[in-house]
Design a protein around this ligand. Structure first.
Ligand SMILES: CC(=O)N[C@H]1[C@@H](OP(=O)(O)OP(=O)(O)OC[C@H]2O[C@@H](n3ccc(=O)[nH]c3=O)[C@H](O)[C@@H]2O)O[C@H](CO)[C@@H](O)[C@@H]1O[C@H](C)C(=O)N[C@@H](C)C(=O)N[C@H](CCC(=O)O)C(=O)O
Ligand SMILES: Nc1ncnc2c1ncn2[C@@H]1O[C@H](COP(=O)(O)OP(=O)(O)OP(=O)(O)O)[C@@H](O)[C@H]1O
Length: 540
């Protein structure tokens, strides 16, 4: 996995989400008086801010100087790498009307001469940033239908399915997630799964200005722990599952779970749907049923009768899976998804249940989905099939839970060998490596260990760890090492038999591979297509 989606090394372009095209004038909010902001949020005013500081108006809030537009407030807070106050001068040159910083930032600014704009000071800027930005942008979330999905795996897919369902109902949607940020029909690649607080509010304001009806977004555990979605209270929140990931950020799996569980508290959502096909889901649903009876409902995609919503009458054929979703109160809907694997059935059921919990009638949704071909959006780099014989699939599975599911989904429909190309990410959660190696040799017939994003770690060291675990676990599985990912892909595609399935796992839609601080263009889908062309040429 590469850095642009937030799992990598920090880099200069890893800031806010911006649309390449300018916002329409209707997106420009009426200015908010600094005096009002200072009174509401208890902000102090730094010396040298001028007698009329309170009358200065701000139109937006950004925490990155590269995103500043005329009249914005620049929120300069401390980060893991640098203090944002270092960029205050650049922000003012770009049009910032005022600066909000913390005491450390104020000291930094005091040493650099007058900025020429008022400087406000708060002890903890990130803690109030979401609420402050929401105030400046006119609390845009309240003008939108809002759907949020969290969980280790399936967020992107479920959000694309939600988007698909809502559009089938004739709604205009905005989407925020790992792959892209979309407002109406316009999309740009995402930098983080969940944007920073001020960027999020700016995006929501843009959605309101462009008459979007509903927001669908992924909410990462990082975002919840760091308060990035404050103060949005989502109409409907959804939970997919929890398996090991991100233990470089959260100290324990328990802490990771608690971060996600926060989305289902009244401060963050009005209603919730929790998939209870893993133990974490049951825990969350049981806890919520006690704390908020009726507000958070359970869903079982495996048909568990204890759940409020359950999936049953599942029928699978070459074109996908059809299923019935029924609530214990009698509401019922039948639909289908063309996306492969039991986990995509779960994602589809979650998306449908979330729309139903938002108040849409079951018959209305069933008809809309029937007309739209079911819950079958194209999700970039998620079980994306690029060839049929041999079947070649690019998937984003980059943690043990996802890898296990992806292999399990492909095994029953593979007549020949199941060939896996994968590698582990460097400089991040090393405990995933032996587990992923074990699942690889257990689930595939041939495993090609290659590079993912080594980041700052020697790639050969990462591969050696994966190889040792793989060979130690199932000594007779064919395990091959090919350092270059492009070469690994080319080799397996050229050598695959017509009945084989090739799964290229780990990077999905990503297009940048980072090795020792240097970004290299690498798109698994492009490499697969090039190898398929070579194969077709060779076979002619
Ligand atoms: C831990 C974390 O969330 N870090 C994010 C944070 O970095 P940071 O606090 O270190 O910020 P910094 O680089 O020191 O900069 C400090 C301040 O100066 C500003 N600045 C910085 C440079 C500049 O030229 N101009 C400028 O104004 C920055 O905008 C920031 O406000 O703010 C940066 C700017 O927004 C983010 O790029 C960075 O995400 C890093 C890259 C990251 O790896 N985040 C991951 C952990 C993450 O958030 N992942 C989740 C989960 C994904 C998943 O589910 O798989 C996500 O939601 O994406
Ligand atoms: N419900 C699910 N359960 C388990 N694995 C899943 C599920 N849905 C998708 N996957 C697997 O996880 C991978 C990532 O899926 P997706 O991008 O939808 O999840 P995500 O939560 O957005 O991931 P990330 O946070 O890492 O971006 C897929 O490529 C697939 O292999």
């Amino acid at each position: 996995m590469s850095a642009p989606n937030g799992r990598g090394r920090e880099r200069d372009n890893n800031g806010a989400v911006t649309f390449a095209v300018p916002s329409p004038s209707s997106a420009v909010p009426a200015p908010t008086r600094l005096g009002d902001l200072a009174a509401t949020f208890g902000l102090a005013v730094a010396d040298g801010s001028g007698p009329d500081w309170a009358e200065v108006g701000v139109r937006g809030v950004r925490a990155d100087n590269r995103e500043i537009a005329d009249g914005d407030l620049f929120a300069a807070h401390t980060g893991g790498r640098v203090h944002g106050a270092r960029y205050a001068g650049a922000a003012v040159s770009a049009g910032a009307a005022a600066v909000l910083t913390d005491p450390a930032g104020a000291r930094l600014l005091a040493g650099t001469g007058p900025l020429g704009v008022p400087v406000l000071v708060a002890p903890d800027v990130p803690a109030l940033l979401g609420e402050l930005a929401a105030t400046v942008y006119g609390r845009p979330a309240e003008a939108l239908g809002t759907f949020a999905v969290t969980g280790t795996n399936g967020k992107t897919t479920t959000v694309f399915m939600l988007d698909h369902a809502l559009r089938a109902l004739g709604r205009r949607t905005g989407l925020i997630g790992t792959v892209e940020v979309r407002v109406g029909g316009r999309a740009v690649p995402a930098t983080l799964t969940t944007p920073q607080p001020a960027d999020l509010q700016a995006l929501l304001a843009q959605m309101v200005a462009e008459d979007v009806d509903d927001l669908v977004m992924e909410v990462s555990s990082h975002a919840l722990a760091l308060g990035r979605v404050n103060p949005v209270v989502f109409d409907v929140a959804g939970f997919t599952n929890l398996t090991q990931d991100h233990l470089d950020f959260h100290a324990t799996l328990e802490e990771y779970f608690e971060a996600k569980a926060d989305l289902f508290t009244p401060a963050r959502s009005h209603r919730g749907v929790v998939l209870v096909d893993d133990e974490w889901g049951w825990r969350l649903a049981e806890r919520s049923a006690t704390a908020r009876p009726g507000a958070v409902v359970s869903l079982s995609a495996t048909g568990a009768h204890e759940a409020d919503w359950r999936v049953h009458e599942v029928t699978a054929d070459a074109s996908g899976t059809a299923f019935t979703l029924t609530h214990r109160d009698g509401r019922t809907l039948r639909t289908r998804t063309a996306l492969p694997g039991g986990f995509n059935l779960a994602n589809a059921a979650l998306a449908a249940a979330m729309v139903l919990e938002s108040g849409v009638g079951a018959a209305e949704l069933e008809d809309a989905l029937a007309a739209a071909g079911g819950l079958s959006p194209r999700v970039p780099g998620r079980m994306e099939q690029l060839a049929e014989r041999p079947r070649v699939i690019v998937d984003f599975a980059h943690n043990p839970g996802a890898l296990a599911q992806a292999l399990a989904a492909l095994r029953p429909t593979t007549a020949g060998r199941l060939v896996l190309v994968f590698g582990a990410t460097g400089s991040r959660d090393r405990t995933k490596r032996p587990e992923m190696a074990r699942l690889a040799v257990e689930g595939a017939d041939v495993v090609v260990v290659t590079d993912d994003d080594p980041h700052d770690e020697p790639p050969e060291q990462i591969r050696a760890e994966v190889l040792a675990a793989a060979r130690g676990h199932v000594p007779d599985t064919t395990v091959v090492e090919i350092a270059s990912r492009a070469e690994a892909i080319r080799t397996v595609v050229l050598e695959a038999g017509e009945d084989d399935t090739v799964l290229v796992a780990g990077r999905g839609h990503e297009t940048v591979q980072e090795i020792a601080g240097v970004d290299h263009h690498l798109d698994d889908r492009e490499e697969v297509r090039a190898a398929l062309a070579l194969r077709a040429g060779g076979l002619n």
